[in-house]
Design a protein. Structure first.
Length: 626
């Protein structure tokens, strides 16, 4: 696990970028080694966290023996030994024992076709000297981030967004209205958008090629299926999922340093820990965070799993005072505005684990693959048939249910399941967003994560999983990457192994989702039951009590950073409406913690990362929402 950055220049004239300083911004990603390589057209920068082949042979940037290809590579390819054998059969000889040289030689031999062979997490830049062409690529699930920027002079890329902000080519760029609108609704900026105009995040499973003449090609080597006819059900589904996770965990234990695990009180990470326990001889350690007995606290369940699995368990509590003390680190870790407040416990558990380990396994991905967000996906599937009714009838039903004060009617006022699903992901109600930000930019016309108007339950179920995978999951993975890398910790995600995803894609939703009991992830629950007797049932999430914190330890911070602002990310604020919302929250009439924290986070980010520049402004001619 490392950090990468670089630039390709169209004019062979060196830029005035300070690459030592830009490389130092990602020093926490790679404290073990640093490298810089350049020729007249290209510069590549690397920071190393040594996990595989700890010798100097793993140093990057790494160049093929013939001098044609040079690589910077962040991540791990877990099937590198199989790929290495294939390359050796074609006469390739290796100088190192890790995966980086395998990736380099695979790209040199197979080009773009190599990307589909990699089972792992990665972001990479590979320069072809003969063609004067740079290839950028990102893993199938978006586990590792990769940003890029195009200017008239060339292309810049980096693991961290603040590296683009620090590059001289970005100094005059305004805020992208599309990115601002996405963030204010969803609390993060999904790929391919990024905060400033002309900057982007490479999409999961995507690649980009650009040459010194300025020609750009883009494509995908992997796309998660929107629809796949199910072939696995019942016990067959459980057995297939069990075998795939077992294989994935064993694959992802490959390391030349010790490996530990994150352990929550839910289902996903306990499954990973159980499989790890079965594969590892000797002692094993797991790390958890509690929230001091709050309703969201899962630490008792996590401790019960650890005892039953005979795992050495380290637990730490996060408190309101601790949250205030962590605030600077949370803002520093996010190179762009980021509003998922579960980054607090994720940073805390990463700091805890990093005192003893460089590598952790986590359970991320289970909710997205196996319908774990029952409050969203289960409700949408159950209500699919109602959306097949004429709009006038839905309106009558909605009005009648409101008059009778019955719950469960809110979805009927939405035009489609996709619109309803978008509302469930929006951090503040749309009516409050429009009041607080009267000029809120509309969503990008190409943004399709919530475009769905079908009413068939089977299609709806598969679409909700696709939406969670392509929209929600990347934000979760950004959180984990930023929190862990801030503490020089590699986090691996076995449930997002290519084999596990392929098997999950074949499982019938009815074998995962019990609508009557409102329970998801049924195969994972059964797999876990094969290893432990204890099993938790409620879904609380790995999140702190932000609503309470904003009424106590973070109240003054919010008032100082947000309530006096006239704009945020270049979008005008109606101060009276902002104060009215916060007053409702303070009075306890509603808990708006989920929506208020992204505003505070963005305001603090602007102060830290953009404070020395002119105030953020939207790109000229930006469209406004009506």
């Amino acid at each position: 696990m490392c950090g990468i950055a670089g630039e390709l220049r169209f004019d062979a004239v060196p830029s005035d970028a300070d690459w030592e300083a830009l490389g130092a911004l990602m020093a926490r990603r790679g404290p073990d080694d640093a490298g810089l390589w350049q020729d007249p057209y290209c510069t590549l920068v690397f920071r190393r966290l040594a996990i595989l082949d700890l010798s100097p042979a793993g140093h990057q940037p790494m160049t093929t023996p013939d001098g044609r290809h040079t690589l910077v590579f962040n991540g791990e390819v877990y099937n590198f030994r199989e790929i290495r054998r294939d390359l050796e059969a074609h006469g390739v000889r290796f100088r190192s024992h890790g995966d980086s040289e395998v990736v380099l030689q695979a790209l040199a031999r197979w080009g773009l076709d190599a990307l589909g062979r990699f089972n792992g997490m990665f972001a990479l830049g590979c320069y072809d000297h003969a063609e004067r062409r740079l290839l950028l690529a990102r893993d199938h699930a978006g586990i590792k981030p990769l940003y890029w920027m195009r200017s008239a002079r060339g292309i810049v890329f980096a693991s961290q967004y603040d590296q683009l902000l620090g590059h001289p080519w970005s100094r005059s760029l305004p805020v992208s209205p599309e990115a601002a609108g996405l963030y204010l609704r969803f609390a993060y900026i999904p790929a391919p958008w990024a905060l400033l105009a002309d900057t982007h995040m490479l999409e999961p499973g995507g690649w980009l090629r650009v040459d010194a003449a300025g020609r750009i090609e883009q494509g995908r080597f992997y796309s998660f299926p929107r629809w796949e006819a199910p072939t696995l059900r019942g016990d067959d589904a459980v057995d297939a999922v069990d075998a795939a996770i077992t294989a994935a965990v064993r694959r992802q234990l490959v390391s030349d340093v010790p490996v530990g695990a994150f352990l929550s009180g839910g289902i996903d990470s306990p499954v990973v820990v159980a499989k790890m326990r079965a594969a590892v001889t000797g002692s094993m350690r797991a790390f958890s965070i509690g929230t001091a007995g709050d309703v969201t606290d899962e630490s008792e369940d996590a401790s019960a799993y650890a005892r039953e699995l005979s795992v050495e368990h380290t637990l730490e509590q996060v408190t309101p005072d601790g949250a205030l003390a962590m605030l600077d680190d949370v803002v520093a870790a996010a190179g762009e505005p980021f509003g998922d407040y579960s980054i607090f416990p994720t940073m805390l558990v990463s700091r805890l684990a990093s005192r003893s380990f460089k590598v952790m396994l986590s359970g991320d991905g289970g909710d997205e693959l196996f319908w774990g967000y029952v409050g969203r996906s289960g409700r949408a599937v159950a209500a699919a048939n109602e959306f097949g009714q004429p709009p006038w009838l839905r309106q009558v039903r909605h009005t009648l249910r409101r008059a009778l004060r019955r719950s469960g009617q809110a979805h009927l006022r939405h035009a489609s399941i996709g619109d309803w699903y978008r509302a469930m992901h929006t951090h503040l109600p749309e009516e409050w967003l429009q009041r607080i930000f009267p000029e809120l930019p509309p969503l990008p016309v190409t943004f399709d994560a919530f475009t769905f108007a079908d009413t068939d339950p089977d299609r709806t179920a598969q679409w909700t999983r696709w939406s969670e995978f392509v929209f929600h999951l990347p934000g979760v993975l950004l959180k984990v990457d930023r929190a862990s890398m801030h503490h020089s910790l590699e986090v691996r995600v076995p449930l997002l192994d290519r084999e596990v995803i392929d098997v999950a894609s074949q499982v019938d939703w009815r074998s995962c989702l019990d609508l009557e009991r409102q329970r998801g992830k049924l195969p994972l629950r059964t797999v876990l039951a094969r290893h432990v007797r204890h099993q938790s049932h409620g879904k609380r999430g790995f999140a702190p009590p932000m609503g309470a914190w904003l009424r106590t330890s973070l109240r003054e911070v919010f008032e100082a950073a947000v309530l006096g602002r006239d704009e945020l990310l270049g979008v005008r604020i109606d101060r009276a409406s902002m104060k009215a919302l916060f007053s409702e929250h303070l009075a306890g009439r509603r808990d708006y913690g989920w929506g208020l924290w992204p505003l505070l986070s963005a305001a603090l980010w602007v102060g830290r990362h953009r404070g020395a520049r002119a105030a953020p402004r939207l790109a000229a001619g930006a469209a406004r929402a009506r």
